[in-house]
Design a protein around this ligand. Structure first.
Ligand SMILES: NC(=O)c1ccc[n+]([C@@H]2O[C@H](COP(=O)([O-])OP(=O)(O)OC[C@H]3O[C@@H](n4cnc5c(N)ncnc54)[C@H](OP(=O)(O)O)[C@@H]3O)[C@@H](O)[C@H]2O)c1
Length: 290
């Protein structure tokens, strides 16, 4: 009798350890889609986890095999196989193929899995409906600077539906490629404006500034380097000084100087109005995807 009790305890302990390992660093993360975002997030995870704890599928087999060879992460030819084996399923396909992919995986989804969506505008409740009432869904919006570990990701979900280890796993996925901001789901389209899409606006600014310098005789390649460094330095000033950008801007503007002339001309030509208009178009486009 005592040995049976001891045996039962050992078995329970073993099960506990196995569960812990499965929920911790060995939790399996499956990527469906291996493009810009999928690959950036995979690279971030590989800094923290073994390749055997990841899996992925994508459309082109040759691309899948090439990524697998480079990273050691198993490539599976069928999305449904990724969905069967992963604890966390990351949907890293373009929004236009979401419906098709969700239809493929819905028959094999289990209650104890997690689904992470990167699609702008597609709500948790839309996804849940397409997944026949499955609720353990995280909505995230990263941006391409994730490729160099400088991403900004907004995340929304009902955290109560996840264990502490699962929350940690979601956090690991995005903190491996930059900063993570937890937000309410109603703000996710605003996150797309300020994070997901905003690198395009910043690149436009860098290119336009460099074109201006080109007009005044500088080589475009030099001007691009200088403009990019100015944007990088200014962004770091905002983050590291904790000062409001308007305060930092005013410090660049000397009385009667050159910069205040530039600011006045930008105000006249509607710089802020242009940025707000672009942001509004992005926001409305997110709503249109619902
Ligand atoms: N890029 C951004 O700036 C950004 C920012 C924030 C959020 N997002 C979101 O992140 C998600 C992925 O975007 P992305 O930029 O990484 O797209 P992407 O570079 O075009 O990659 C899409 C991936 O999906 C794969 N794919 C296409 N159809 C598939 C299918 N039926 N089954 C499995 N895989 C399929 C493609 O396979 P192949 O490689 O074989 O063609 C490719 O690997 C989207 O929801 C997007 O809105 C993107």
């Amino acid at each position: 009798m005592p040995s049976k009790v001891a045996g039962t305890k050992i078995e329970a302990y073993r099960r506990g350890v196995l569960l812990f390992l499965r929920q911790g660093e060995n939790m399996i993360t499956g990527f469906i889609g291996m493009g810009n975002m999928g690959f950036a997030l995979m690279k971030g995870l590989l800094k923290q986890k073994e390749p055997q704890t990841l899996l992925f599928s994508c459309k082109r087999r040759e691309h899948g095999h090439a990524v697998s060879e480079k990273t050691g992460v198993p490539f599976l030819e069928e999305n449904v196989e990724v969905a069967k084996r992963a604890d966390l399923i990351l949907l890293a396909v373009k929004p236009i193929v979401y419906r098709e992919v969700l239809q493929e995986i819905v028959p094999v989804i289990r209650e104890n899995q997690m689904v992470v969506s990167l699609a702008p505008g597609i709500t948790i409740s839309d996804l849940s409906e397409q997944l026949k009432g499955f609720r353990r869904i995280v909505r995230a919006m990263p941006n391409t600077p994730a490729m160099i570990s400088e991403g900004a990701t907004g995340i929304a979900c009902d955290w109560q539906l996840f264990t502490a280890e699962e929350r940690e796993e979601v956090n690991r996925l995005f903190s491996g490629v930059g900063r993570v901001f937890q937000v309410e789901e109603r703000l996710m389209n605003a996150v797309t404006v300020v994070s997901g899409s905003s690198p395009a606006l910043v690149y436009e600014l860098i290119d336009t500034l460099a074109d201006a310098a080109l007009r005044y005789g500088m080589k475009k390649s030099d001007a691009l380097q200088m403009a990019a460094q100015a944007v990088l330095g200014s962004a770091r000033m905002v983050l590291e000084s904790g000062e409001h950008p308007a305060v930092l801007r005013d410090r660049v503007c000397s009385p009667g100087g050159t910069t205040i002339e530039e600011m006045a001309a930008l105000a006249e030509s509607g710089f802020r109005a242009s940025v707000l208009k672009g942001a509004e178009a992005c926001y409305q486009a997110c709503k249109g995807k619902a």
